[in-house]
Write a protein that binds this ligand. Structure first.
Ligand code: SF4
Length: 350
């Protein structure tokens, strides 16, 4: 394996190789229509944990509902979550709005360092926005770029080690003009040609320079196993109303969901819990099971439909992980409430 002490020299002519290729092969994506900082910023946040194809439609909808930073700063939180629905990782939307309030007051930052001071923005996103929207020579090194460079240079060390090294080595390679396009050309090559499982080396503009030509570099660091959590959900229904809670801790904190206890319960235990919480006149439907995988946690859920025969106050039904259930009519839930996908499957059971 090559250690490449002088990576900067090895990367110096990347712009000459990549920019012509990018001009010919770049995908037509909605956030590439112009380099307005607001548009670039929204796209980079959406793409942090969402695939390009999934983000496209959401991006267009989001931009037409909230076309500028002031509209985002002033958007009611529940409407913002509704617009974010389907993208997951709602903390991104929350951070985006906190940052939008700061930007609406002070104006857009220009440098990567200034962008990084905003909530929800790390090295990669800061580098991407500053180079694409402001032509700063600031590298944006994500998994795609690490893969391209580790294969190009034959450096198979693990991603975390390579990240900082590649950011430093790339900085002097930035051209005098078209810096944003250079950033995007590297990302684009990783996303469309130098893909994880089957790189298309014969179509690659870097083929003649590539040390590995398709080796499965870089090494992946083993991820720690996900935390498994058993959970019981109660789907309270009362005619045309359903009862929702807000998560008070852990993953999805602050989001709407169904009443949940982080323990498994059979039907007998579930009924006993409801009786002890003072719920009367209920019938328990057949339970349904569902598994939801987050990045670090996995929920194994069992949901019990709970049909109530008369209007019932559920204020005494308590859980350590959510607020007591509150009644909402089903149409309001469908129209106005953003229900994370970890809970949305339950709607069919209510
Ligand atoms: S030649 Fe192949 S392995 Fe090397 S950078 Fe191009 S696509 Fe990746």
């Amino acid at each position: 394996m090559n250690d490449h002490p002088d990576r900067a020299a090895a990367l110096a002519d990347l712009p000459d190789l990549l920019l012509p290729w990018y001009d010919e092969h770049k995908r037509d994506l909605p956030w590439r229509k112009n380099t307005d900082p607001y548009r670039v910023w929204i796209s980079e946040i959406m793409l942090q944990q969402t695939r390009v194809e999934a983000a496209k439609e959401h991006y267009v909808r989001f931009l037409s509902a909230l076309p500028n930073v002031r509209a985002l700063a002033e958007c009611p939180e529940e409407r913002l979550f509704k617009l974010w629905e389907g993208l997951g990782y709602y903390s991104r939307a929350r951070n985006l709005q906190t940052a939008a309030k700061m930007v609406a007051e002070r104006g857009f930052p220009h440098t990567a360092k200034e962008w990084k001071a905003l909530p929800g923005i790390g090295d990669y996103t800061a580098g991407a926005i500053a180079s694409i929207a402001f032509e700063e020579p600031s590298p944006a090194v994500d998994g795609n770029v690490i893969r391209v460079l580790s294969r190009l240079l034959g450096d198979g060390r693990d991603q975390e080690t390579l990240k900082g090294a590649f950011a430093e080595a790339l900085r002097p390679a930035y051209p005098a003009a078209r810096r944003g396009d250079f950033t995007q050309s590297l990302m684009e090559l990783g996303a469309t040609v130098c893909t994880p499982a089957s790189p298309q080396c014969l179509l690659c503009p870097l083929l003649s320079r590539c040390e590995t030509r398709g080796d499965s570099l870089p090494q992946k660091r083993e991820k720690p196993p996900r935390k498994m959590t058993d959970a019981t959900l109660f789907l309270f229904r009362d005619g045309e109303r359903v009862a929702l809670c807000r998560r008070t801790q852990g993953v999805l904190r602050g989001m709407y969901g169904f009443f949940m206890l982080e323990q498994s319960m059979d039907a007998e235990q579930a009924a006993a819990f409801l009786r002890e919480a003072g719920v009367r006149g209920f019938s328990l439907g057949a339970p349904a099971a569902h598994r939801h995988v987050f990045s670090h946690v996995e929920w194994n859920m069992t949901a019990y439909p709970v049909l109530l025969s008369s209007p019932t106050d559920l204020a005494e039904v308590c859980s350590p992980v959510c607020t007591p259930p509150e009644w909402l009519d089903k149409q309001t839930v469908a129209r106005e409430i953003s229900l994370p996908s970890a809970f949305r499957w339950c709607l069919d059971l209510t």
